[in-house]
Design a protein around this ligand. Structure first.
Ligand code: GLN
Length: 201
């Protein structure tokens, strides 16, 4: 059975699973390399990036995920997941997937804005604006030429980006009742499967 994988080592993976199930997609919690077989896409959830990084290494998941993503499998990282997907996180040496051409700074919004919510326009999912929840979120400082900004704060700071099959958001769509961002991920997955001539999810 084809399924969307949700990395389930630490963090708020259960919330992602619930949203995808609500949208009618099959999901599979990923904890070991064999869980990656036949997946149509993968979510790297929010949580604590250093912990998730250590567990990715311990369960030998880093290399197979990198290889699947390079082969075109859609991967979406939220918050800590975005940190793990970014190519550069400043002087921080936490081992990560390093897939997405973007520089991010952990906890980059600082203490005053530790956690906050903002209405953001996301043209890719359509109107109305999306209520974005930020929890000790990474700040996206630079995006590469191939990386498209899907949403920004009013001051221009990018908060959701896409580089082909790779999606990153510094906020947590899985913590709202709005399922449009997850539906967007499902569309990326469907387009990828269509391009490969395989059955829809
Ligand atoms: N601040 C966390 C980290 O650095 C990320 C927080 C989150 O995922 N909500 O990993």
């Amino acid at each position: 059975m084809v399924a969307i994988g949700v990395l389930a080592l630490q963090g708020d993976f259960a919330e992602h699973v619930a949203v995808f199930e609500h949208l009618g997609a099959n999901t599979r919690e990923v904890r070991s390399p064999s869980d990656l077989e036949q997946l149509s896409g993968l979510i790297i959830p929010g949580g604590e990036s250093t912990t998730i990084s250590a567990l990715l290494e311990r369960w030998e998941l880093t290399a197979p995920i990198i290889s699947l993503a390079r082969g075109g499998m859609p991967v979406w990282g939220t918050c800590a997941g975005l940190i793990l997907m970014a190519r550069s996180i400043g002087s921080d040496t936490t081992p990560r997937l390093g897939l997405l051409d973007a520089d991010v700074l952990r906890n980059g919004y600082g203490r005053q804005r530790d956690s906050f919510e903002a209405e953001v326009a996301i043209p890719a999912i359509g109107a109305p604006t999306f209520r974005a929840i930020f929890i000790r979120a990474p700040i996206i400082q630079r995006v590469g030429p191939e990386t498209k900004v899907l949403a920004s704060l009013e001051d221009g700071t990018p908060v959701a980006v896409q580089q082909g099959n790779l999606l990153g958001s510094s906020f947590h769509p899985e913590l709202t009742a709005d399922t449009r961002f997850h539906a967007y991920m499902l569309r990326i997955v469907a387009a990828h499967r269509k391009a490969r001539h395989v059955a829809p999810v």
